[in-house]
Design a protein. Structure first.
Length: 189
């Protein structure tokens, strides 16, 4: 059984967990307690691949790329709260990333015509052009990563991960609009 460690000193990775934790568990329970850390490991590795091998050369990271994708998919300018909600992130936690994208002229803040106290975030033409370029590189990388999976396996994995996410959101009592999520991620028009 393995667990994840991140000591902050660059020594991140899989490390053995004490066997006492899993002693006495049946096979199903062993799998059940392994799924959350497995998903965490996959998320960590996916973020590292994104930051280091896909988006880094464009001056982006996974979160900043995701912000551009969401802004592109949502169309018109959105408030920081709407953007954060659509990405399941706090608006406060996204401010630095929006500042970075604005410095690079990939997004802009514009006053909300309905409420001058609120700024709307919009993707710029430069942001959209970069997003288009990055998307080409991203899809090539993802195709390569998933080349050994057939359509049925991909569909099954997608459905299981989506169901897992929905279950966790319900447990946390987090509102979730699956239609917006699917539209933002290009699954439906």
């Amino acid at each position: 059984m393995f667990g994840f460690s991140a000591d902050g000193g660059g020594n991140e990775g899989l490390t053995p967990c004490p066997d006492e934790f899993i002693e006495g568990l049946d096979k199903r329970d062993k799998m059940l307690v392994t799924i959350p850390p497995l998903i965490m490991h996959i998320g960590y590795l996916t973020q590292r691949i994104g930051d280091d091998l896909i988006f880094g050369e464009y001056g982006l990271n996974v979160l900043r790329y995701s912000i551009l994708r969401h802004l592109s998919a949502l169309g018109v300018g959105v408030s920081m709260k709407q953007l954060g909600d659509s990405m399941m992130k706090s608006a406060a936690g996204m401010t630095q990333n929006i500042d970075n994208l604005e410095e690079k002229e990939l997004v802009r803040r514009v006053p909300d015509p309905k409420d001058r106290r609120v700024n709307l975030i919009e993707i710029t033409d430069e942001g959209f052009a970069l997003l288009t370029k990055v998307n080409e590189h991203y899809i090539k990388r993802v195709r390569s990563m998933m080349q050994n999976m057939d359509d049925d396996q991909l569909n099954q994995m997608y459905n299981m991960l989506f169901a897992f996410m929905e279950t966790e959101l319900k447990i946390l009592d987090v509102p979730f609009d699956s239609a917006t999520f699917l539209k933002t991620h290009g699954i439906v028009e």
